[in-house]
Design a protein around this ligand. Structure first.
Ligand SMILES: N[C@@H](CCC(=O)N[C@@H](CS)C(=O)NCC(=O)O)C(=O)O
Length: 220
């Protein structure tokens, strides 16, 4: 399988990009893959006209599974799980729980986590984003106490087993890893760290840093 990923990025994006999700799932599921690296920024992937046939918005990640092209990190995670029969249960209701928590991660949490990340990255240069930050934190405050309570008694977001929903949630939580928000939810913070300690994640992040040519730990 081919995965379209970044091979250059501005430092403020290191460790946040969604190509990590696809590669993490491929590693966990034991699917062989090769990466196709693209540049971000001016003269980067938005200028690559050929890439439009792989990714309609010219965004990363995209996968090419022997000619079958797919974009959207959530769809890619589910495709990899369904293809390999790993990181997702066999029964319909168990699968639905994976869909549910993956969609919660990308649809409930990420829309508020990302603007917090941008507010913190842009600082005073973007007062509008700064002004909205407390509101975004407040909204996450509706979701996180419940998830924190759940993770007190279960290892992963759907229960006892690690699934692609945990890849989605961990990667979304990583958007907040420097925001000084997660420590007030100790079970969520422990969960994120535990998921990031998995050998597949460590391998992917090390390769990601090597591909970008940045020091070990820079994308942590
Ligand atoms: N909803 C898409 C979002 C993809 C996306 O925003 N990708 C970013 C990198 S994380 C990108 O390619 N940005 C460069 C650009 O849009 O030019 C997904 O989850 O895959």
């Amino acid at each position: 399988m081919k995965v379209y990923v970044f091979k250059s990025l501005p430092p403020f994006l290191w460790g946040y990009t969604r190509d990590i999700r696809a590669m993490w799932a491929l590693e966990e599921c034991g699917i062989a893959y090769e990466t196709v690296g693209l540049d971000c920024g001016p003269n980067g992937l938005q200028d690559e006209t050929w890439f439009e046939s792989f990714s309609p918005f010219k965004q990363i990640p995209a996968i090419d599974d022997d000619g079958y092209i797919l974009t959207e990190s959530g769809a890619i995670l589910l495709y990899i799980a369904e293809k390999s029969g790993k990181l997702i249960p066999l029964d319909l209701q168990g699968r639905a729980q994976v869909y549910r928590w993956l969609i919660t991660s990308l649809n409930n949490i990420e829309p508020f986590a990302l603007p917090i990340l941008f507010a913190d990255l842009q600082g005073d240069s973007n007062p509008h984003m700064q002004a909205l930050r407390p509101w975004h934190v407040e909204i996450l405050g509706r979701f996180f106490p419940t998830i924190d309570k759940m993770l007190k008694t279960q290892s992963f977001v759907t229960g006892a087993d690690f699934t692609v929903a945990d890849i989605a949630l961990t990667c979304v939580l990583r958007e907040l890893r420097k925001a000084k928000l997660l420590p007030q939810y100790p079970n969520i913070e422990n969960y994120r760290r535990r998921c990031e300690e998995r050998p597949a994640f460590v391998k992917v992040l090390n390769a990601y840093e090597d591909r970008l040519g940045i020091a070990r730990g820079s994308a942590r």
